[in-house]
Design a binder for this molecule. Structure first.
Ligand code: PEP
Ligand code: MG
Length: 546
């Protein structure tokens, strides 16, 4: 889903989101202070104001050192609001004359000032209104001893804004600076213009930001992946790998990416790619290999069938670049929503149950043979493992492997391993049988969820039902992992859910210690895995590896 807002700080970022809860003061305490307690209430206000002044001085000094003197002036301006004699007099009046409690007095007085500036017909002055709001929130935070919080706060996958895109109602300067901004990937807010102080800070820090996305909190759950384009003001919710790859290819500026995280003993994390040029990012993210190379995208990007030589160049380049690390290349997975350019397919009533994946390859042995030859030649350049898509049973897998081997007989080649993708429930239920003939397997959860729950993976209307987190799914995954362990065959999960930090724990508990995810998600998945296992190296590796 793409939404258009206001571009307030340039650059592009793709990351998962953290939702900041800015509505923490939506119901402040309001009560009447007893006459005898009025001076105590005045004292509460004064103490809060002194603390706020000290905090603002500290923030000012921090910004001057981290960013620059000009940006630090924002906090001098906020201190002036805090100590403005008119504001001060009105708050004291409210406490002394109307016996308002400090919170209510601060709220009413500063709200009125803020609203007055908001009504001005001048964008610059309107933006200054947000400083008043920020001073108000700071005072209330001090009185209540709270800080801006995250909606996902307690979840074990929460990154507290680190390597995340921060979602907030408004990008206040304090929120911008209170974060570990070195690791903040981007900002998306409901309010705030180009001249807001926070936008100035985001630009100074080089963090892409988009504002003016109404109702963003209700559209996103914590952990959803979002693409922020601070150059165009567009955000894309749950962008596909293709959208990201296309943008990366055309972007003038580098896409802001998380810092790589070294490999961890708890979970092997490999990378999913669609095009050979994505290998650079795979290496940058220190992936332990390529766990899924969706070769059909090479044809789709070229908008035609590729010759054997053209395919060879792409596959060999990937294998060479990966320098001996395993590369799981999936034979073209054509059909359904992935038409092969140059190959006409009759209209089907039910394309996702039609001529696709393994069935297509059996139906077009000529195309399979060309790809097999290109792969066999490339196998001399690295560690090649060939994956067969949408396998239903052992007979079908053996047939395809036979066609592959026939096509490459007589060619000079390296060692090639052959494995099945488990995406069809029937194949999963026969995992032990299929693994008698396969060297390895990988669970394609995108399709498996679709077929297990009879829910279209591409239909927004039923998206709420596209949810793997149900006992039957985990039981099936465990059954496959048990079969792989018993057969001594390596097993991985390469569907999108493997890149979702919410599922790392359950994937590990199902007995799987290898996943393949979009390269940009590798650091976070490794961090979560390491945290779940207490950072300790695993004592004994499971059998389902290799
Ligand atoms: C899957 O189905 O999980 C998978 C990895 O294949 P694709 O998403 O390309 O269908
Ligand atoms: Mg699939």
């Amino acid at each position: 889903m793409a939404l258009k807002g206001l571009a307030i700080s340039g650059g592009i970022a793709v990351a998962r989101v953290c939702l900041f809860n800015e509505s923490r003061h939506s119901s402040i305490p309001i009560y009447t202070v007893q006459s005898a307690e009025v001076e105590k209430e005045v004292e509460r206000f004064r103490k809060a104001r002194e603390t706020a002044a000290r905090q603002l001085d500290a923030v000012r000094a921090d910004v001057a050192a981290r960013i620059g003197e000009a940006e630090a002036e924002i906090f001098v301006a906020q201190r002036m609001i805090l100590e403005d004699p008119t504001v001060d007099a009105q708050i004291l009046d409210a406490i002394r004359k109307r016996h308002a409690n400090a919170e209510a007095a601060i709220n009413t007085v500063l709200d009125a000032f803020e609203a007055r500036l908001q009504r001005m017909d001048n964008e610059y002055i309107k933006e200054r209104a947000s400083d008043i709001g920020e001073v108000r929130r700071r005072l209330l935070d001090i009185l209540h001893q709270v800080a801006p919080s995250l909606q996902c706060g307690d979840a074990d996958y929460c990154q507290r804004g680190r390597n995340r895109i921060v979602i907030a109602e408004e990008l206040t300067p304090s929120l911008t600076l209170g974060l570990d901004t070195e690791h903040t990937m981007g900002f998306v807010t409901e309010r705030g213009g180009v001249t807001s102080h926070a936008a100035i800070l985001a630009r100074a820090l080089g963090i892409p930001a988009v504002s003016g996305i109404k109702g963003i909190h209700s559209l996103l759950a914590c952990g959803t992946e979002v693409l922020v384009n601070g150059d165009t003001g567009e955000i894309v919710i749950s962008p596909s790998d293709r959208t990201v790859a296309r943008l990366r290819a055309g972007a003038k500026t580098r896409i802001r990416a998380p810092k790589p995280e070294p490999a961890c003993a708890e979970l092997s994390v490999l990378a999913n790619i669609s095009l050979s040029e994505e290998t650079a990012e795979v290496i940058e993210m220190q992936a332990e290999g390529i766990g899924l190379y969706r070769t059909e995208f090479e044809f789709m990007a070229a908008e035609r069938l590729l010759t054997e030589d053209e395919q060879f160049e792409r596959y060999a380049a990937v294998l060479r670049a990966m320098d001996g690390k395993p590369v799981y290349v999936r034979l073209m997975d054509v059909g359904s929503d992935k038409p092969l350019p140059g190959v006409a397919v009759e209209n089907e009533d039910n394309p996702s149950l039609g001529w696709r994946g393994a069935r297509f390859l059996i139906g077009r042995p000529d195309l399979l043979a060309t790809q097999a030859r290109a792969l066999a030649r490339a196998s001399a350049h690295g560690d090649l493992r060939v994956m067969y898509p949408m396998i239903t049973d052992r007979r079908q897998f053996v047939k395809l492997k036979g066609l592959f081997r026939e096509a490459v007989a007589g060619l000079r080649k390296g060692r090639i391993r052959h494995g099945a993708m488990f995406e069809v429930p029937a194949a999963c239920l026969q995992a032990a049988d299929i693994l008698k003939s396969a060297d390895f397997a990988s669970v394609g959860t995108n399709d498996l969820i679709q077929y297990l729950f009879a829910v279209d993976r591409n239909n927004d209307r039923v998206a709420h039902d596209y949810d793997p987190d149900r006992p039957v799914f985990w039981a099936l995954l465990k059954q496959i992992a048990d079969a792989a362990r018993a057969a001594g065959r390596p097993l991985s999960v390469c569907g999108e859910m493997a890149g979702d930090p919410r599922y790392v724990r359950k994937i590990r508990e199902a007995g799987i210690d290898r996943v393949s995810v979009s390269p940009r998600l590798i650091p976070e998945i490794r961090r979560v895995a390491r945290r779940l296992c207490g950072g300790r190296p695993r004592a004994r590796r499971g059998g389902a590896r290799g």
